[in-house]
Design a protein around this ligand. Structure first.
Ligand code: HEM
Length: 193
């Protein structure tokens, strides 16, 4: 029952030779990079462990969708009103950006993290400027029993013509104080096969 409950929230992002996304670049922004891969395969649930362990698979990152941690009710309402779902027909480009935050981040209390995340760094305010062009989903890794190399997996999809917009958002976010707590970040770009 407990395993079943997490099953539908669990996602694996596997770099290898198969998958619906063709990897166009793998770039370390901070810390160690990930090995190059030709394709990204996204897999939901506990499912096919065999596939994840295939010798063609270079790496497999796992995360679960979860409840919101920081967002306020008014922010949530604005987000829901403006955001688009992943998987639009026009969204043929995507980015997977796994992120790890430092021990100093995790040593803070929830209210300290919230103040840094939004009142100071304006993560949501910045992000809102790019909706609905950019669709997003956040996966948490720290709650998993498997020792995961990142704290978060962030996934975005967009039309090719909106990629410059996406890059501008990244510049803004990466210059915030929130990002001074990011100690590993890899930027993986891809397009639909
Ligand atoms: C968390 C919005 C872009 C990385 C969040 C949260 C919101 C949000 C509302 C808080 C969720 C919660 O309450 O738990 C947005 C919007 C974006 C955007 C609207 C525009 C597309 C990005 C980008 C990245 C990113 C481009 C990475 C490069 C993260 C991470 C967290 C997060 C790592 C978790 C932070 C933590 O819990 O410490 N985002 N975001 N976001 N976002 Fe974004």
């Amino acid at each position: 029952e407990a395993v079943h409950a997490v099953n539908s929230r669990l996602f694996s992002f596997c770099g290898g030779l198969t998958g619906d996304w063709m990897v166009t670049s793998v770039r370390a922004i901070c810390g160690e990079t990930l090995p190059d891969a030709e394709r990204l395969h996204i897999h939901q649930g506990l499912g096919n462990a065999h596939e994840a362990l295939s010798s063609d698979t270079k790496w497999c990152l796992r995360g679960v969708t979860s409840n919101d941690r920081y967002v306020t009710r008014p922010e949530k309402e604005l987000l829901v009103a403006k955001q688009a779902p992943l998987g639009r027909a026009t969204a043929t480009h995507a980015a997977l950006i796994p992120i790890r935050k430092s021990a100093a981040w995790w040593a803070m209390t929830q209210d300290e993290r919230r103040a840094l995340f939004e009142e100071e760094s304006q993560h949501i305010k910045i992000g809102m400027d790019y909706l609905p062009a950019i669709a997003r989903r956040l996966y948490h890794c720290r709650d998993l029993e498997s020792k995961e190399p990142f704290d978060f997996l962030t996934f975005f999809d967009f039309a090719p013509s909106d990629e410059p917009l996406f890059d501008r958002m990244l510049e803004r976010l990466r210059s915030t104080r929130e990002w001074s707590f990011v100690d590993r970040e890899v930027d993986i770009r891809m397009k639909k096969v």
